[in-house]
Design a protein around this ligand. Structure first.
Ligand code: AMP
Length: 637
C-alpha cells in the first residue's frame, strides 16, 4: 500500500485502522470499542480493553527472548557498563515494584521520580506501570522550585530519587535539591525512596526516607504480578512548559500509548526484535519515555541507557556504542549532532557503523549543514521528525516502514498516519489549502492513540489551551482542532516545514522552556522590578534565553560593576530555582521595557531586535526609546 493510502485510511477508516494496529500488543481482555469520541475533544482509545504497559515491555518477551539484552546501561560518568537481559529486567522490576508496594503504592497513586540516568530509574518507571501507579519523571536538571511545583501538582505518595547525578565528571547532589523542594511544597509525600550511588553524602529524614539497596535485598525473590488496567487508565504524567509559569502535566493513557509505540517501531523506526536501539535523550523528557524506555522494549529490542556527555572520553563515544552493540536504530537531537560536528570528523570513520539502518533526529529544527554533515558521515538515512511532549510520538515523519519515501532537507516530513494535520490562518482560523502558505499547524481531533488524554487534574485547561471548535458549516459536521502552537508551511508535495512557535515557549538545545517561568524566577531577585525573557537564535543550541531587566534602583544602571554582580546573582537564582538548563545566556539591564500602550510586553519585537531583524509594526508601542535601548545593548560595536 502506498503511504498516501495508508495515511488516508488511518484518518478516514480510523476504527479499522487502529483495531489492526492494536493487534501488535497483548491484551488481557479485548477492547469493546476502538475510539470513543463522544465527548470531543476528549478521546478514549480502546475502552473496555485491559492491558499493562510493563507486561508488553517486559513479561511478554520472556517466552522468546528471556536471555537477550533488554537494558544496557553505559555510564562514562562513573565508568560502568551493565547489561540486563529481559529475565533480569523482569526480576529487577518486580523487586522495585515490591519495594514500592511496601511503601504503600497502589493502582492510581502517583510516584514522582527525580533520578539520574541509572537503571533504577527505568526499573521504577516500569514498576509503577506494572502496579497501575502513575509515574511522573522530573528531569534531573531541574532544581528545587521547579521540582516543588511538580510535587504539588502530582501529589505523589512516594518520591524516588538518588544521592546524585554527574555531568562532565562533576557530581551534582540531588538530595539537597529534593529536600529543599519538599520543604517548599505544600504536599508532603509519605516516603522518599533513595538509591545511594555513593557519589554524595545524604541526610535522611527519619520515618520518611528509606534506602533502596536494603529493601531490594528484602524483596530479592519478589514476584509481583502485573495489575491489569483499562486501556484508558493513566500510565504517567510528564510536565511541560506553556505560556504561563505553571507547568502542565501531560497525562498519557495505557492502551493507546502502547499501541502507538508498537506501531511506530514497525512503521517509522523499523526496529526489529532482538536488535538494539540507541536513544541519547534523557528519561526526564518525552523522547526518553517513548524511545529509551517504552518503545524499544515493547518492540522486543535492547535499549541503551547512556549517562554522560556525547564528547567524553571523546566525541566518538556514541559511535563506539553503535559498533559494540550493533545498534540498528539511533535517535538523537540536532544540538547533539552540532556539538559532535565541532570535533574530529575522523571519529565518525573509526567505528563500524554498518548496523545502523537510520538516525532519527527530533526536538528542534534540523539545519541543512548539520543534516548533510551527519548524512555524509553515516551513510544511512537521517530522518527528521517533529513532535511534542503532548503527542508522545511523531506528528510529522517519514514512515519508511510503510513505503520508502524521500526526505527533504529542512522538513520533518509529512503527516504521520493517525494525524489529520492542517494549516490554518492564525487570525481567521480558515484552512490554508494552497502550497507555501504560512499558518499554524493544527491536528483535527480526535488525536491518535498515544497523545495526551488531558492536562493532569485540569480538563478545563486542556480544552482551553489546546482546542478550538469549528462550528458545523456547509454540510460539514462540527470539528475540533488541536493547536501545536507552531508555525509551518507545506510545499506542493505535502512536506511540512516548521517555522517556530506561536507562543512564548523557547527551545534551548532541544529542551522546551517557558519564558514566563524564567521571568518569574528572575523577578524573585530583590533588585529586579520587571523582566522580559526572549529566545534568541543561537548557532549551537538553536535558541538561547536572553533576559532584559528593569532594576528597582534605577541609579545602578550606570554602575557596570554592580550590574555584573546582579547579573551573576540572577544566574545563581535561576540555577537554584529552575536549574542550569533554564539559565539565560545574558541578563542585560534597561530603564524601561518595550510594551504596547495597553501594557503588553513586546517580546517578539525584542526578539527581532536581538536577531538583527525588522521588529515589525510598532505603532502600538508605548515608548519607542525602549526598543532603542535594547538594540544599542545587543548591537556589536
Ligand atoms: P517538546 O514538547 O519539548 O518535545 O517540544 C516540542 C516543540 O519542539 C515543538 O512544538 C516544536 O516547536 C519543536 N520541535 C520538535 N521537533 C521538531 C522538529 N523536528 N523540527 C522543528 N521543531 C521541532
Amino acid at each position: 500500500m502506498s503511504y498516501a493510502d495508508f495515511h488516508k485510511r488511518s484518518v478516514e477508516q480510523r476504527e479499522d485502522f487502529w483495531a489492526e494496529q492494536a493487534q501488535l500488543i497483548e491484551w488481557h481482555k479485548p477492547f469493546e470499542q476502538v475510539c470513543d469520541y463522544s465527548r470531543a475533544p476528549f478521546v478514549r482509545w480502546f475502552p473496555g480493553g485491559e492491558t499493562n504497559l510493563c507486561h508488553n515491555a517486559v513479561d511478554r518477551h520472556l517466552k522468546d527472548r528471556a536471555d537477550q539484552n533488554a537494558l544496557i546501561w553505559v555510564s562514562t560518568e562513573v565508568d560502568q557498563e551493565r547489561a540486563y537481559s529481559f529475565r533480569e529486567l523482569h526480576a529487577e522490576v518486580q523487586r522495585m515494584a515490591a519495594v514500592l508496594q511496601a511503601q504503600g503504592v497502589k493502582k492510581g497513586d502517583r510516584v514522582l521520580l527525580y533520578m539520574p540516568m541509572i537503571p533504577e530509574a527505568v526499573f521504577a518507571m516500569l514498576a509503577c506501570v506494572r502496579l497501575g501507579a502513575i509515574h511522573s519523571v522530573v528531569f534531573g536538571g531541574f532544581a528545587s522550585h521547579s521540582l516543588a511545583s511538580r510535587i504539588d501538582d502530582a501529589a505523589p505518595v512516594v518520591v524516588v530519587s538518588a544521592d546524585a547525578g554527574s555531568r562532565g565528571g562533576k557530581v551534582i547532589p540531588y538530595k539537597p535539591l529534593l529536600d529543599e523542594a519538599l520543604r517548599l511544597a505544600s504536599h508532603k509525600p509519605a516516603k522518599v525512596l533513595l538509591v545511594d550511588r555513593g557519589l554524595a553524602p545524604m541526610e535522611r529524614t527519619e520515618g520518611r526516607d528509606v534506602d533502596y539497596a536494603s529493601l531490594r535485598e528484602q524483596f530479592i525473590d519478589a514476584e509481583v504480578p502485573v495489575t491489569w488496567v483499562d486501556a484508558t487508565h493513566p500510565s504517567y504524567t510528564l510536565y511541560t512548559s506553556g505560556t504561563t509559569g505553571k507547568p502542565k502535566g501531560v497525562q498519557r493513557d495505557t492502551g493507546g500509548y502502547t499501541v502507538a509505540l508498537a506501531a511506530s517501531l514497525k512503521h517509522i523506526f523499523q526496529g526489529d526484535p532482538g536488535e538494539t536501539f540507541l536513544c541519547t535523550s534523557d528519561i526526564g523528557w518525552v523522547v526518553g519515555h517513548s524511545y529509551i524506555v517504552y518503545g524499544p522494549l515493547i518492540g522486543g529490542m535492547a535499549t541503551v541507557l547512556y549517562e554522560g556527555l556525547p564528547t567524553v572520553p571523546d566525541a566518538g563515544i556514541w559511535w563506539s556504542l553503535v559498533e559494540k552493540y550493533k545498534a540498528t536504530v539511533m535517535f538523537s537531537a540536532p544540538t547533539a549532532i552540532r556539538v559532535l560536528k565541532k570535533h574530529d570528523p575522523a571519529l565518525l570513520k573509526k567505528y563500524d557503523l554498518s548496523s545502523l539502518k537510520a538516525l532519527f533526529l527530533a526536538g528542534e529544527p534540523l539545519d541543512e549543514p548539520t543534516a548533510r554533515w551527519i548524512s555524509d558521515g553515516l551513510g544511512c538515512p537521517i530522518i527528521d521528525n517533529y513532535w511534542q511532549t503532548e503527542t508522545g510520538w511523531p506528528i510529522l515523519s517519514i514512515a519508511n516502514g510503510v513505503e520508502k519515501q524521500p526526505s527533504k532537507f529542512g522538513s520533518p516530513g509529512v503527516p504521520t498516519y493517525g494525524y489529520d494535520v492542517k494549516l490554518i490562518d492564525q487570525q481567521t482560523g480558515e484552512e490554508l489549502d494552497g502550497p507555501d502558505q504560512k499558518g499554524v499547524v493544527v491536528v483535527q481531533g480526535p488525536l491518535p492513540p498515544g497523545c495526551l488524554q488531558t492536562v493532569w487534574g485540569d480538563d478545563d485547561r486542556f480544552v482551553k489551551t489546546y482546542w478550538q471548535k469549528v462550528p458545523a458549516l456547509d454540510g460539514q459536521p462540527e470539528r475540533w482542532l488541536y493547536s501545536t502552537f507552531d508555525w509551518g508551511i507545506r510545499d506542493k508535495d505535502g512536506y511540512y516545514f516548521i517555522l517556530g512557535r506561536t507562543d512564548d515557549v523557547i527551545n534551548v538545545a532541544g529542551h522546551r522552556l517557558g519564558t514566563r517561568e524564567i521571568e518569574e524566577s528572575i523577578c524573585s531577585h530583590a533588585a529586579v522590578a520587571e523582566v522580559a525573557v526572549v529566545g534568541v537564535a543561537d548557532q549551537l543550541k538553536g535558541q538561547v534565553a536572553m533576559a532584559f531587566a528593569v532594576l528597582r534602583d534605577a541609579s545602578a544602571l550606570g554602575d557596570e560593576a554592580r550590574l555584573a554582580q546582579i547579573e551573576g546573582e540572577i544566574m545563581k537564582t535561576v540555577d537554584a530555582q529552575l536549574g542550569a538548563v533554564a539559565r539565560p545566556a545574558r541578563v542585560r539591564f534597561v530603564s524601561v521595557l518595550p510594551k504596547t500602550r495597553s501594557g503588553k510586553l513586546l517580546r517578539r519585537a525584542i526578539q527581532a531586535v536581538c536577531e538583527q531583524r525588522d521588529p515589525g509594526d510598532l505603532t502600538t508601542m508605548e515608548d519607542p526609546a525602549a526598543l532603542k535601548q535594547i538594540s544599542d545593548l545587543v548591537t556589536v560595536k
